[in-house]
Design a protein around this ligand. Structure first.
Ligand code: FAD
Length: 470
């Protein structure tokens, strides 16, 4: 039986471990932290359970990544459908809810932007989105690493109509549909920032349409990310996957994997669920193996987070608030569902607030400057937050910076969220799951198409398909 070692128990690693066990491999998962989940993990404070980063799940449909994964493992986690998926608070003071129902969403847009013709654009968005998942599913090997990989696209002519949308940016499409309005751009760029990690002008419409569709259907796991990760860990045990927590991998040489505590393991294949910047250090004997990735040329966002328990009864779980402040352009506030007593006591809710922030500068600050910068951003966010929502009391208020993410997830410079698929990207240069070392593969949110939990699961499924083909 093939021995497969998965390094990194974030969403991408857990999905890869489960899929490898479905292929019949003898699987071991190594996670450096004491909990699984990585950026989609949790921590407890008193009676509260806080999601550290990711709070929403999406892509549960039968043809979508999480839907497919649960179908393959034969089990479903407990989830609550969140509708409206996200409530947007624009800098103009307008508030609009992104409902699952198309007509309700159109009504919201028409209420806030009465002079614009929304329907044709959004019909296109949802049409492209549903086809795009099919296209991803049909590509048995993407990003291309051989000419043979490239020619596989000819085998799926039903998706030819999608390719032109790789050549037009989402911003160009907005202009084409006469929707180029500053406040509209604020709304759409806000959605794209959380779903695709960049703005409309940088995104091919094929990817932009998927990002814009994301708030249509969001799900909150019961018990938060703690509930979700504990469910996945239980399924790992049921499938005889050995899960080693607090087990940091130091290096891989040939068939040997060595942990920082000195234990070593001999395996056949290695799946690395690590960001691209972290991978070369694991191969001190193959220093040049990963140079083609040019990881040093790539960067991602950092995250600033605030966690707090609140005495309140906020019914809509997810809100994006636009401030257009130079320090915080917008922030995303996630509230636990009031009835979810695994997350907070009766009458209380657990809240995670996050905002995109430049990561590298936090590592250059002196101690005092760092503390002051952290306080300033926390104060700015909390002042606005408390004015906006009806909150009677707060508890356990803490903050986190890119340094915090680096400490807890090991991610280089606290880069999170994944690498965006940029307009004009060369499909030969995207980071795929094959590596220059034949028994080493990659998944995770810097590997195509990973971005968010749904993207890393899509990446794990793509690798699974390729392994079956092999
Ligand atoms: C603030 C914030 C909010 C977000 N919100 C959402 C959201 O609402 N919805 C969504 O879908 N996505 C969201 N995301 C993005 C999402 O969380 C990530 O893209 C996704 O979880 C990344 O998964 P991953 O498996 O690629 O990597 P990670 O989650 O980073 O997992 C990598 C794992 O590897 C472990 N590790 C590192 N080095 C080693 C080593 N040497 N040995 C062993 N283990 C190691 C780490 O401890 C970590 O657990 C958010 C991210 C952040 C930061």
């Amino acid at each position: 039986m093939k021995k497969t070692y998965v390094v990194g128990g974030g969403g991408g690693g857990i999905a890869s471990a489960l899929l490898a066990s479905i292929r019949g491999d003898n699987v071991t998962l190594f996670e450096a932290h004491e909990n699984l989940g990585g950026c989609a993990s949790w921590f407890d404070r008193g009676p509260f359970s806080f999601d550290v980063g990711a709070t929403t799940l999406s892509g549960m449909g039968p043809g979508e990544p999480l839907g497919k994964l649960f179908n393959l493992i034969g089990e479903q986690p407990q989830l609550t459908v969140v509708n409206p998926g996200i409530v947007f608070h624009l800098s103009s003071g307008d508030v609009l809810s992104y409902y699952k129902d198309f007509d309700l969403w159109m009504k919201e847009l028409e209420r806030v932007f009465p002079n614009l013709n929304h329907r044709p654009f959004w019909e296109k968005v949802f049409e492209i989105n549903s086809k795009a998942w099919g296209l991803l599913d049909n590509l048995s090997s993407f990003p291309f690493s051989t000419i043979e990989d490239f020619f596989q696209i000819l085998k799926a002519p039903q998706y030819f109509s999608l390719y032109p949308y790789l050549l037009v940016s989402t911003e160009m499409m907005l202009k084409r549909y006469n929707l180029d309005h500053p406040l509209y751009n604020e709304l759409l760029n806000g959605i794209l920032l959380i779903s695709a990690q960049t703005e409309a002008r940088n995104l091919p419409f094929l990817v932009g349409a998927m990002g814009l569709s994301y708030p249509r259907e969001t799900f909150a796991p019961v018990g938060g990310m703690k509930g979700f990760m504990q469910f996945l860990e239980k399924v790992c045990h049921e499938k005889n996957i050995q899960v080693f927590k607090s087990a940091k991998v130091e290096k891989i040489a040939g068939h040997d994997l060595v942990l920082t505590d000195g234990r070593s393991f001999r395996g056949d294949e290695f799946i690395l669920n690590l960001p691209c910047w972290n991978i070369p250090a694991l191969f001190p004997e193959d220093k040049n193996a990963f140079h083609l990735e040019r990881a040093e040329e790539k960067s991602a966002w950092g995250a600033f987070v605030v966690y707090l328990g609140i005495k309140a009864n906020i019914r809509d779980s997810y809100h994006q608030i636009h401030l257009n402040h130079p320090l915080v352009r917008n922030y995303f506030a996630s509230f636990s569902i009031p009835e979810d007593l695994k997350r907070a006591p009766t009458g209380w809710q657990s809240v995670t607030i996050s905002t995109h922030i430049d990561a590298a500068s936090w590592f250059e600050m002196e101690k005092v400057e760092y503390r002051e910068a952290k306080q300033e951003i926390m104060h700015l966010i909390l002042e606005d937050f408390k004015k906006r929502f009806d909150i009677q009391e707060t508890k356990y208020v803490t903050g986190g910076t890119p340094k915090t993410f680096e400490r807890y997830t090991g991610r280089h410079l606290g880069y999170v969220g994944g690498l965006p698929f940029l307009f004009g990207s060369n499909p030969w240069r995207l980071i795929g799951h094959k590596t220059p070392i034949s028994n080493v593969f990659r998944v995770g949110d810097t590997t195509f198409p990973g971005q968010g939990v749904v993207g890393v699961v899509a990446g794990a499924l793509a690798l699974h398909k390729e392994m079956i083909k092999k």
